[in-house]
Design a protein around this ligand. Structure first.
Ligand SMILES: *Cc1c(COP(=O)(O)O)cnc(C)c1O
Length: 384
């Protein structure tokens, strides 16, 4: 078999398993309503939770930065030096997250990859089984010894911590991307103190929403017990890129060791300016996240009453777990008939037999939108 035949065989098998993916072409990505193959749908598939992706403040800041600084940052920051706005963004994040320092990385994926690769190489890592793929990849790249504990299973985590003697790192998402549930941060922090572990949290889905936008650790009052906070600008903050907020020592270590920082061209000025505008916007509008969480509660209760399995969601991400790929894809189509577009999530993004619809809500949904969502799920419930 030729090499290309091998690739084709892989794709054929993916199709047989109903796991084939293609990229839907949609217009007006950032908007609440999108058009897909000529029809208009309410978009509940994006991570633009606060609707900031087309916010006027962000757009103006980005355009101004392009006019002033051009389109590229032209090299890695260690080589070509800093624009002022990088420093401004990093000091703003550090202040917002109540840490000594912050460092901006090009994506959330790269941030986790390079953070774990550089920090974990002489450590033992304890990672929640449902942590984001970028965390898993970073651990693998570091070559560190690691344990995966069952999802949010504190007892199992403690057993594993007891077994190891030194340089322990616990890493967890705070809000899990495909389940919308929350890590038991208070318990994790307690164990970390008891067993002398360093704690890293990924706030990709909590930043901008929980804790007045500062994240779930802040809301749970354990912010200062976390050693390293990672978060993204690409979701609720409506832009692109990621940050790591931590102590001066850790950030200095990363600047000197993190390959994803050292060997990659920095984000362009327009993105940095939009990120800064976004953080400032959230700081001035801390109620945005709260509104979103109350909308989410409303929809979650409604779905539960209809008998749908929404797992342990406590956030703007609500899974509707349907188990098989077949039923999940059918359900996605049934919701489309009623004007609602949600993602159909299948393995390997989620474990086998837990295929699901993933509803991601946004803060600017009004009464009419909520009615549309509810009607669509009544339709789905009747059809299944
Ligand atoms: C989306 C996501 C990332 C990756 O962030 P990008 O900026 O999209 O690369 C990392 N961690 C979690 C938990 C995520 O959901």
């Amino acid at each position: 078999m030729s090499f290309l035949d091998l690739l084709k065989k892989n794709l054929d098998q993916i199709k047989i398993n109903q796991l084939y993916r293609s990229i839907p072409s949609i217009s007006a990505h950032a908007k609440k309503y999108i058009s897909l193959n000529g029809s208009v749908y309410l978009n509940l598939s994006s991570n633009n939770y606060l609707g900031l992706a087309d916010n006027e403040h962000l757009k103006k800041a980005a355009i101004f930065a392009i006019e002033k600084f051009g389109c590229s940052s032209t090299a890695s920051r260690l080589v070509s030096g800093n624009f002022d706005i990088y420093n401004k963004l990093e000091s703003t994040i550090a202040q917002f997250k109540h840490t000594q320092k912050a460092l901006v990385l090009n994506t959330g994926y790269v941030a986790n990859l390079t953070l774990l690769q550089s920090l974990a190489k002489d450590a033992v890592v304890f990672s929640d089984r449902l942590n984001h793929a970028s965390i898993v990849d970073g651990i693998l790249l570091s070559g560190a010894k690691f344990h995966r504990y069952a999802h949010c299973d504190i007892e199992m985590l403690e057993k594993l911590l007891k077994k190891e003697t030194s340089n322990k790192i616990i890493v967890t998402d705070t809000i899990f991307s495909m389940d919308g549930d929350a890590a038991p941060l208070k318990e994790i922090v307690k164990l970390a103190k008891q067993y002398e572990a360093f704690v890293i949290v990924d706030e990709a889905h909590a930043t901008g929403i929980f804790g007045e936008g500062r994240g779930y650790a802040y809301q749970e009052c354990v912010s200062s017990d976390i050693d390293c906070h990672m978060g993204t600008f690409s979701k609720a903050l409506g832009s692109f890129g990621a940050y790591i907020a931590s102590s001066e020592l850790v950030i200095d270590y990363l600047i000197n060791n993190a390959r994803g920082f050292i060997f990659s061209t920095a984000l362009p000025p327009a993105v940095i300016a939009a990120n800064l505008a976004s953080i400032n916007y959230v700081r001035k509008n801390p109620q945005l996240g709260k509104n979103l969480l109350s909308i989410s509660d409303n929809i979650r209760q409604f779905l539960k009453k209809l008998g749908f399995d929404v797992g342990n969601s406590v956030s703007q991400i609500i899974p509707v777990i349907l188990k098989t790929n077949d039923i999940t894809l059918k359900s996605q189509k049934l919701l489309l008939e009623k004007g609602v577009f949600v993602g159909a999530i299948r393995p390997p993004t989620v474990p086998k037999n837990t295929s699901r619809l993933r509803i991601s809500l946004r803060a600017d949904l009004d009464e009419n939108d909520l009615k549309l969502i509810k009607d669509a799920f009544v339709h789905l419930g009747n059809a299944l």
